[in-house]
Write a protein that binds this ligand. Structure first.
Ligand SMILES: NC(=O)c1ccc[n+]([C@@H]2O[C@H](COP(=O)([O-])OP(=O)(O)OC[C@H]3O[C@@H](n4cnc5c(N)ncnc54)[C@H](OP(=O)(O)O)[C@@H]3O)[C@@H](O)[C@H]2O)c1
Length: 268
């Protein structure tokens, strides 16, 4: 399936899980297209990855809250004749402000970055994957997709649940045509996410055994995606937690969640 001009496109590649996925794929010999908003950082990272690996790395800086961004990214790949065989939908963040204090525009941007842009990129690249004989899609969701929505960032969990269901629908419709979609559901991971989302204090209170490195998450995510698995919950700790989330009454889960991650469930 993989050709010389075969590429992996990674959104949110400038830091955290996306950056580690990019490094992991480059280590396996995949050419890369990196995208995020911070152009200079992407340029530095592209050079660093190219220096360490015998792969071609290109970049396009785009803000995925802009409705046109997915189309611009697709057209960039088309204009360079890059075959995107692996699409990694990773970009994401949390909203710092309480729901009752945000404008609808802030919520809509959030839905566009974590939801609509994922659907648009997937929709744009699937026809190319079909004509190339297949492809792999990765969607970075979250353990939050299985949990009760928290008092802060009330749309975060629901949009990740939506992404899991969307990923399922891609598998049902395209697996027999060689396209698989892997929904990756990490738990607490050390990245720029918590500072960017204004919840670093809460992250600092999470017990160390529940926090994993972005490198570890990326490794498990890439392996599952290349193997065509539909769901990947990295680490045994979070596999166990997801089992609990699926099988234990919500009222008990809230008590446990409040004990393990104070503020996440009980803050107004
Ligand atoms: N960290 C965790 O504990 C955790 C747990 C479960 C799931 N996740 C998920 O993992 C994914 C990656 O997050 P992370 O933890 O690696 O956080 P991160 O280090 O903050 O990385 C987020 C990435 O998304 C990009 N991004 C943010 N807003 C964007 C926008 N409007 N347009 C384009 N790119 C944008 C950022 O790049 P620029 O700022 O340069 O645009 C950055 O590269 C997210 O989907 C998140 O929901 C994280």
């Amino acid at each position: 399936m993989y050709m010389k001009n075969s590429y992996a496109l990674i959104t949110g590649a400038s830091s955290g899980i996306g950056l580690e996925i990019a490094k992991n794929l480059a280590g396996r010999g995949y050419n890369l297209i990196l995208t995020a908003r911070r152009t200079e950082l992407l340029e530095e990272l592209a050079k660093e990855i190219t220096d360490k690996n015998n792969v071609h790395v290109d970049l396009i800086s785009k803000d995925l809250s802009n409705y046109e961004a997915p189309k611009d990214i697709f057209e960039f790949c088309e204009s360079k004749n890059y075959h995107v065989d692996i699409l990694v939908n990773n970009a994401g963040y949390g909203i710092k402000t309480s729901f009752h204090e945000t404008s609808i525009e802030i919520e809509e941007d959030f839905i566009r970055v974590l939801g609509t842009s994922v659907i648009m990129l997937t929709k744009l690249f699937i026809p190319k994957m079909l004509s190339n004989g297949g492809g792999k899609i990765m969607i970075i969701s979250s353990v939050a997709s299985f949990a009760a929505p928290s008092a802060i960032q009330p749309l975060y969990g629901p949009i990740k649940t939506f992404m899991n269901r969307f990923s399922d629908s891609i598998n049902i419709n395209y697996k027999h045509k060689g396209i698989t979609s892997t929904s990756v559901c990490p738990g607490f991971t050390t990245t720029g996410f918590h500072t960017a989302s204004g919840v670093q204090d809460e992250m600092d209170r999470v017990p160390k055994f529940m926090v994993f490195s972005a490198e570890r998450i990326a490794k498990e995510a890439v392996e599952a995606t290349l193997a065509g698995k539909s769901l990947c919950v990295p680490t045994k700790t979070y596999k166990f937690l997801v089992f609990m989330l699926k099988n234990i009454p919500q009222s008990i889960l809230r008590l446990i969640g409040t004990a393990l991650a104070p503020g996440r469930y009980d803050r107004n």
